[in-house]
Write a new protein. Structure first.
Lengths: 409, 411
């Protein structure tokens, strides 16, 4: 066989929905060998095509590579008919639209089950598909606040410490493939399908972690301690020479402390009684941090990292885009790879967008026997002919008619 | 091998998964255990080090009382084996013969040095899936680098975009670096099991780099691409995003509220509402209309107008009234808010688990909800609680052999 089997060879997945989490789920499953058919429409494009980094080629290749991308306007009767034909030949249907929107379009889970009795359904929403907020709209980047994480980061009294990314979407995006593959294995062993409902809120709230138990048993809210750690000192990021250049250093054990002192040239203060043990270093860490900061301000960040690591002290530059792009380490692991992308324009359908070359991250896990596919990158609607003709058996005349009437557009 | 039907109401087949992980990947085994896999935590005879990690239940120190250990080891069983000794390694190999999966997060080369690397284990169990989660992966010039949560957050660039532009890069307070690699490992393990059991494949080794997993967790900022295309270093923007304007956390009359205006329609709705409330016509300025990028030049003035608006409401008012206008205002919660949140309450998120020492506490096991399958609800194990059941009952050791291993400190 010229095309060796992949983990999910033979599994077909129908994906309907924009943003980050759901497309990320589809990408992972597609890279594991599933045929993932992504349904979009030129009439209402995913807004993520237009946020600054993405309009220039960020994100979309990471989340859409390896898929078959088709255009159906499910709001049209003909479009809905075609969509339902696809449901009949799919193992999994996954969507991230809320119930009121699905209702408006006439997508009803029990009916999908009648069309395809063993279909696995993954229904992802922002805040939850059931419960008091089931009609509520949300965005993953904000759920870092709702899930409790931003108020356990940073320092006391400061605004919520915010990361400039769709934090909780990614957690959802990687939980869902685990659940879907589990449901597929279960179906093959028991014959039973499953319907699963997930939310970005729940995925984010899980990452609040052990502090949920600490609060229940001790009534204590997480202390906001910035970059410090209850079990290590010095522990933080220290500003080095250059613009916005920082090196992170984490000294936990006495052996690491000795090595750290050697790297910075054993200044006299290293031998102060105040810093003789981890306990005393923790007690006196304001002064310790000041001394380490003074030293670091005269150093190159990357050089500091290398010298610390060579001496056995955990340390790293705070990586900037340049560091990641030029990283010899990431190059050796073939992490960033070239990819085409399309310059998104609101006023034109996707097939008129200009093609460009950019980079995308490979799937992080490296599987020795069945590697995850980086995959080809299709533009929106590029696989219409393959899916409508080869899979559904529609004639070219029929496809043309439905395209012209904007049902498959 | 355990490719057998899952029990009624359980998602995963009862795959035998040996879990030798530290904090870097402990969440991987938990996720699979919560959904029905038979995850066996293999601890050194003195116990997993995180059993001693504060805070403790009732602030009382004890190896069964660490909130960290209790949280990350639900639904696992525990055996103790000293894999630093030849006898322990022999015993571990016997156990590995019965396993579907092994997850570990030791420094690169550590398992090989114990004679327990992938090649050795593959020779005795060719269908074993082994997943190694390490800070920088098994190969490459940084593979030997030491790490910690802070170091991984720094190396991935996650910190570079967290916090205030005038302040230092910030650590996420929940040991964030321990989630992405562990979750990706769980997905890869499921893929490898699918490959083995549905496609007739064999076992394999999975290499997950925390650094890469974390970079994949913020691709909407994509600093490497920004550098490649424009020589721009993406950096911190404080509580307000630059991806979309306005988007971020804003003060309300009683705390914080987060908001995001992504579509042109949402801007119409918000600006109209702001005008109704503040009477300030500035917000209706035609220059501000359009999609999320169109307001980028006016970020500062728009943020000021938004704050003038949000501080006139409580967070709860903005959350609910915003939805009536198809606008997204989202509360900024603390841990205590989550435990009483009506939405989480209604969607089978919390499960009570009773533990002999910790008592009954609510655990967030319901990552997804389903009528057909539910998470299992066993507490984190006591140290070595399953030694006899697994080593004698399943591996066939006699009581006297177990006694002898115990007296030698192997078990």
């Amino acid at each position: 066989m010229s095309d060796p089997k992949k983990p999910l060879t033979g599994i077909r997945i129908l994906e309907l929905g924009p943003y980050v989490a759901l497309p990320m789920t589809g990408r992972i499953l597609a890279s594991l060998g599933a045929e993932v058919i992504k349904v979009e429409t030129n009439k209402v494009l995913d807004e993520m095509n237009f946020i600054p980094a993405w309009s220039r080629g960020g994100g979309q290749p990471e989340f859409q590579r390896a898929k078959k991308r088709i255009t159906i306007d499910v709001r049209t009767p003909d479009g809905m008919e075609v969509f339902k034909e696809l449901v009949k030949v799919s193992d999994v249907f996954m969507t991230n639209f809320r119930r009121n929107i699905l209702d408006r379009w006439g997508i009803d889970f029990p009916e999908l089950r009648r069309l395809r009795p063993d279909i696995i359904l993954m229904w992802q929403t922002g805040l939850g598909g059931i419960g008091p907020y089931y009609t509520y709209k949300s965005y993953g980047i904000l759920v870092q606040h709702m899930g409790g994480v931003s108020l356990m980061s940073g320092d006391e009294g400061e605004p919520p410490a915010t990361i400039n990314t769709s934090y909780s979407d990614y957690h959802t995006g990687v939980f869902q493939p685990v659940a879907i593959m589990g449901a597929l294995l279960r179906r093959s062993l028991t014959g039973q399908p499953a319907t699963m409902e997930s939310s970005i809120f729940k995925s984010g709230a899980v990452t609040a972690g052990p502090s949920l138990l600490d609060y229940q048993s001790n009534g204590r809210l997480p202390r906001r301690i910035g970059n410090r750690d209850p079990n290590a000192a010095p522990h933080g990021v220290y500003q080095c020479l250059g613009q916005d250049r920082w090196c992170a250093i984490a000294v936990k054990t006495d052996m690491q402390w000795e090595a750290f002192c050697n790297v910075i040239g054993n200044p006299e203060w290293c031998r102060d009684q105040e810093f003789v043990s981890l306990e005393s270093r923790l007690t006196n860490q304001d002064r310790l941090d000041q001394l380490v900061s003074d030293w670091a301000s005269t150093q190159e960040a990357e050089d500091t990292m290398i010298r610390m690591q060579e001496a056995g002290v955990p340390a790293s530059i705070v990586s900037q885009g340049k560091d990641l792009y030029e990283s010899e380490h990431l190059k050796a692991r073939a992490f960033y790879r070239s990819t085409p992308f399309y310059l998104a324009e609101r006023e034109r359908p996707a097939y008129e967008w200009d093609g460009k070359e950019g980079i995308a991250a490979a799937n992080p896990p490296k599987l020795s026997e069945s590697p995850m596919d980086y995959g080809d990158y299709s533009n929106i609607g590029e696989d219409n002919d393959y899916v409508f003709k080869e899979i559904l058996g529609l004639s070219l005349t029929e496809i043309d008619r439905l395209t012209e009437s904007q049902s498959l557009f | 091998m355990s490719f057998k039907a899952p029990a009624e109401g359980v998602l995963l087949p009862p795959y035998r998964i040996l879990d030798l992980t530290g904090p870097e990947a402990v969440f991987c085994g938990k996720l699979l255990a919560d959904y029905g896999a038979d995850v066996v935590k293999v601890e050194p005879p003195g116990g997993d080090p995180t059993r001693n990690k504060a805070p403790f239940i009732g602030d009382e120190v004890g190896i069964d009382r660490s909130s960290y250990f209790l949280f990350y080891n639900t639904n696992k069983r525990s055996v103790t084996i000293d894999i630093d000794t030849p006898k322990g390694q022999e015993l571990f190999k016997k156990l590995a013969k019965t396993a579907d999966v092994l997850i570990e997060s030791f420094p690169v080369g550590h398992m090989e040095s114990k004679g327990l690397g992938f090649d050795s284990l593959n020779a005795i169990n060719p269908s074993l899936v082994m997943a190694s989660v390490t800070p920088f992966g098994q190969t490459g010039p940084w593979s030997g680098y030491q790490s910690s949560d802070l170091i991984s957050l720094a190396a991935s660039g996650f910190m570079q975009i967290t916090g205030d532009p005038d302040g230092p890069p910030l650590r996420q307070g929940n040991e964030q670096s321990h989630f992405p690699g562990a979750q990706y490992a769980a997905a890869a393990i499921m893929g490898a099991l699918f490959y083995r059991d549905m496609q007739g494949g064999g076992g394999q080794h999975i290499d997950v780099s925390q650094q890469e997993a974390m970079i994949a967790y913020y691709t909407d900022a994509h600093p490497a691409l920004a550098w490649m295309q424009r020589g721009e270093n993406v950096t911190r923007v404080g509580t307000n995003s630059t991806l979309v304007i306005p988007l971020g956390a804003y003060p309300s009359s009683d705390g914080w509220i987060s908001a995001g205006i992504i579509t042109p329609r949402e801007w119409e709705n918000l600006s109209q509402w702001m005008y109704e409330v503040t009477g300030n016509e500035e917000i209706l300025n035609d220059d501000y209309k359009g999609g999320n990028q169109d307001r980028a030049p006016f970020n500062d003035i728009i943020t000021a107008l938004v704050i003038d608006f949000t501080t006139r409401f409580t967070s709860e008012e903005l959350f609910h009234q915003g939805q009536e206008r198809n606008l997204v205002f989202i509360p900024v919660n603390t841990v205590s808010d989550l435990l009483v949140d009506p939405q989480l309450e209604a969607s089978n998120f919390w499960f009570d688990i009773d533990h002999a020492e910790a008592g009954t506490l609510r655990y967030p096991l319901g990552v997804f909800d389903s009528e057909e399958v539910s998470p299992t609800t066993n507490p984190a194990p006591h140290l070595g609680q399953d030694n006899e059941a697994i080593l004698c009952g399943e591996l066939g050791l006699s009581q006297s052999e177990l006694f002898s291993l115990r007296s030698q400190g192997v078990v």
